[in-house]
Design a protein around this ligand. Structure first.
Ligand code: NDP
Length: 246
């Protein structure tokens, strides 16, 4: 059975990696899915074509999540095109690494704008369209809890901010029957963190399960949280990290 029939979803950052797997899975569950991209028009369009070929509905919109006006506009285009909004997934994220004495303010500002500010902005706009049963799911990181190597301070800070934002938003939106949750993956094989990099072996040494996660494993968890059976989970930061934080 398809759990998201008649639902409309918006995914920030859906052209590649975890976001593309989420778009695919939500569409496979019957949702109509709008998603954004910045640098990947061809993969974004190919994903729309793939979903439409399978009988689904999808829309790709170019919008940089660090631009609040563009992001809000993308959400309102999606909601007006499809007639509402039930699910918001905040997946867009950037990883800038570097030692504290060399880390630029530009990288700090970009990290906070894409990884944190966009979640606030998108939620603010999306809930204008959501009814009872609405869902907000953000992709945080296990690095909110554990940052076991140097150079990741800004990234860890950005993902820790999502923990508090998720708690607070759940209080604002609970009375309206909207849940807000934070999914915290461990290492997942994507362009951001390829499983065949030199870095990968040292990460595997930190985990209970010494392997990278698959994008489909994260997407499955997001689909569950976005679905009708997860209505009592809110304000939560949930690890899906192969024991990275254990
Ligand atoms: P990728 O770099 O592989 O893909 C990033 C996706 O987000 C792309 O679709 C990209 O679009 C989009 N995106 C990036 N910046 C923006 C922006 N400013 N506005 C709109 N869209 C944007 O990353 P992952 O799939 O690995 O990561 C997705 C999320 O998961 C991030 O929040 C990341 O922090 C988090 N995460 C990843 C982990 C991992 O090991 N991979 C572990 C824990 C968390 P475009 O294609 O157009 O560039």
């Amino acid at each position: 059975t398809r759990t998201l029939s008649n639902k409309i979803a918006f995914v920030q950052g859906g052209s590649r990696g975890i976001g593309a797997a989420i778009v695919r899975r939500l569409a496979a569950e019957g949702a109509t899915v709008a998603f954004t991209y910045v640098t990947s028009p061809a993969p974004a369009q190919a994903l729309v074509t793939e979903i439409e070929a399978a009988g689904g509905r999808a829309l790709a919109i170019q919008a940089d999540s660090s631009d609040a006006v563009a992001l809000k506009q993308a959400i309102s285009i999606a909601a007006e095109t499809f007639g509402g909004l039930d699910i918001l997934v905040n997946n867009a994220g950037v990883l800038a690494m570097g030692p504290i004495d060399q880390f630029s303010l530009e990288d700090l500002d970009r990290t906070l704008a894409v990884n944190v500010r966009s979640v606030f902005v998108a939620t603010q706009e999306a809930v204008r369209y959501m009814k009872e049963g609405g869902r907000v799911v953000t992709i945080g990181s296990t690095n909110a809890d554990r940052m076991p190597f140097a150079g990741g301070a800004a990234y860890a800070m950005s993902k820790s901010a999502i923990v508090g934002l998720t708690k607070g938003l759940s209080r604002d939106l609970g009375p309206r029957g909207i849940t807000v949750n934070n999914v915290q993956p461990g290492p997942v094989d994507t362009d951001m963190n390829p499983a065949d990099s030199d870095f990968a072996d040292s990460l595997k040494g930190l985990m209970s399960l010494p392997r990278y996660g698959k994008v489909e494993e994260i997407a499955s968890f997001v689909a569950y949280l976005a679905g009708p059976e997860a209505g009592y989970i809110t304000g939560a930061s949930l690890m899906i990290d192969g024991g990275f934080s254990a």
